[in-house]
Design a protein around this ligand. Structure first.
Ligand SMILES: [Mn+2]
Length: 495
């Protein structure tokens, strides 16, 4: 309680410093910033938890890694529509956000490598002020504030981006740019799609065509792998934000265990979890949660969440919030009735024993790769299952009982794996999940007492030099803690 009190005083002090509370509304910016949102952003921060100078360091590190005569371009995420003109809540493109902290749609950035003391020149393109549009959609940050707050050397309207990109692409030898959906198998990897994506309206066809031509040059190089390398090692500020994200999710897990009882629907459990995360300041869930009761847990990506919990079942919940730009990802499996049956306890203990042994290997000195860790997970689970009376044949474990991979890197994206290498040795500062699981189908070759049980235990682990740090420590995991949370022995209210 003491810490809550201190925090409250701090926020009041910040509000006073930023201006009178009644002067804060409506905001004059396109995203929460200290002057308008002192309860979220501190004076030196650009986004909650991340200082402005860290964004500067990220850009500098990227540009330092490039050869001279290089230019980099990134665009914001497109606004996505659910139905007609009704849009989904906007989420900024991860790499663009990582380098700029800029959260408005219809924006782009160009970074040119130059030889001055900063090492690069930044031009940020955005909507700027438009009182007629802002009356409907809310404030956008002015070009003056883009210069002052986001530290751009130049701030230009977004409609100037295609022509700027075209002229710079003809000047620089190395053009680093990713075409939208380059990682998606379904979308064509064409420069044309970049332009459609950037702005579906307004621009003249001929201008687009000419930029397409300039982007089709052989000098174009992929940018995402370079940024992925920077993003894979989390700074201290990022580690703190990720710990907070995991804390929000972990506490929501504990309370959701308490909330669960036979007769409650899976969707109510999902809703309860999301409500608790939102209440703690999370902006959205990091993914559609899995709330799988009983045999539904055998479906790895069960997200229908539309059946009712029965007495005696286990609930496998895989859920995590996004908090201040960073994802969290936790799985727990817990008993609907509040107590594990002896068979449930046995299988849970088997998975837990392997999971804890694997977490112990998440260090730089262990010098293991994700591939090697996964192989260890198979060996450990095999030993555990043999002790429980499973008679495993070739392929039973890897193809049937444990058909998924052990781990993935996590950060701004839930799966930061698109450009990561599972063969690379773990380094201090990486954050990965450790998530072994066992899913037993009701077939005679496996012991009957475990039929239709699906158990996965997933934590987020910050790799250290010699010691791993579990970020998702707030979610009950040991049997006594899980049962304690379910039964209300930990002082948790049911609602
Ligand atoms: Mn995961």
């Amino acid at each position: 309680m003491a810490s809550l009190g201190t925090r409250g005083c701090g926020l009041r002090a910040l509000a006073t410093e930023a201006g009178n509370a009644q002067d804060l509304k409506p905001s004059n910016y396109g995203q929460p910033l200290f002057p308008s949102h002192p309860h979220l952003v501190r004076p030196h921060e650009l986004t909650p938890g991340i200082p402005a100078d860290e964004y500067e360091r990220r850009r500098r590190a990227l540009m330092d890694s490039l050869p001279s005569d290089s230019v980099v371009a990134l665009v914001a995420a497109p606004v996505k529509y659910m139905s007609g003109s009704s849009s989904y809540k906007f989420r900024q493109a991860s790499d663009f956000w990582y380098l700029t902290g800029f959260e408005e749609p219809e924006s782009a950035v160009i970074l040119e490598k130059v030889s001055d003391s900063r090492g690069y020149r930044m031009t940020l393109f955005s909507s700027g002020k438009d009182s007629a549009k802002e009356k409907w959609d809310g404030a956008r940050t002015s070009f003056e504030d883009v210069l002052a707050i986001f530290k751009a050397d130049d701030a230009l309207p977004i409609h100037a981006f295609p022509s700027q990109l075209k002229s710079l692409a003809s000047v620089y030898s190395n053009v680093y740019i990713d075409l939208p959906n380059a990682s998606s198998k379904r979308s064509p990897r064409t420069a044309r799609s970049l332009l459609r994506y950037l702005s579906p309206s307004a621009q003249s066809r001929s201008e687009y065509e000419s930029v397409v031509d300039s982007l089709s040059i052989p000098r174009r190089q992929p940018l995402a792998p370079l940024i992925a390398k920077l993003r894979s090692i989390k700074s201290e500020c990022e580690q703190r934000v990720m710990r907070s994200a995991a804390d929000v999710s972990g506490h929501a897990f504990a309370k959701t265990m308490r909330f669960t009882q036979p007769g409650v629907s899976e969707s109510a459990i999902a809703a309860h979890f999301e409500y608790l995360c939102s209440l703690s300041g999370s902006q959205r869930l990091a993914y559609v949660p899995v709330v799988a009761s009983g045999p539904n847990a055998l479906i790895i990506h069960y997200t229908s969440n539309n059946q009712v919990v029965q007495d005696g079942e286990l609930i496998l919940m895989d859920a995590g919030c996004e908090y201040n730009g960073y994802a969290s990802d936790i799985t727990r499996t817990y008993p609907a009735s509040g107590s594990f049956t002896s068979a449930q306890r046995d299988l849970y203990t088997a998975v837990l024993t392997a999971q804890k042994a694997l977490i112990g290997q998440c260090t730089e000195v262990a010098s293991l790769s994700l591939h090697e860790l996964h192989r260890h997970s198979c060996e450990l689970l095999r030993v555990e299952l043999n002790q429980l009376g499973f008679r495993l044949h070739t392929g039973d474990l890897e193809r049937v009982l444990y058909p998924h991979f052990l781990s993935h890197p996590i950060g701004i994206d839930l799966h930061e794996s698109a450009n990561s290498d599972r063969g690379e040795q773990l380094k201090a500062g990486m954050v990965i999940t450790i998530e072994p699981g066992i899913y037993v189908p009701p077939v005679p070759q496996f012991p009957k007492s475990f039929h239709n049980m699906g158990i996965r235990i997933e934590d987020e682990v910050l790799v250290g030099k010699e010691h791993p740090i579990i970020l998702s420590i707030a979610a009950p995991k040991e049997i006594v803690d899980v049962e304690g949370a379910c039964q209300g022995l930990l002082g948790l209210q049911q609602y």
